[in-house]
Design a protein around this ligand. Structure first.
Ligand SMILES: [Zn+2]
Length: 75
């Protein structure tokens, strides 16, 4: 019985160490900006543009200022 407990304790310890090593080594190498960048579709021309470059209006998104103007001028 004590052997089983020891085995579980060792597995738990190894798992904790492996997890912390994986976490610390994986984080700095992951370029977070690239993986988190969502591509948003322009409601006027359909082009996919990175989320940080998109132009937001009340309920629509555009790839550029010109398309926002063009879409709102034409009913
Ligand atoms: Zn567009």
């Amino acid at each position: 019985m004590s052997r089983l407990f020891l085995l579980i304790a060792i597995i738990g310890l190894v798992w904790l160490i492996a997890r912390s090593v994986f976490k610390s080594s994986a984080n700095p190498t992951t370029p977070e900006q690239q993986t988190n960048t969502k591509m948003i579709r322009c409601d006027y021309c359909g082009t996919h543009v990175p989320e940080n470059e998109i132009i937001h209006t009340n309920d629509k998104r555009y790839c550029c200022e010109q398309h926002r103007k063009s879409d709102q001028e034409t009913p």
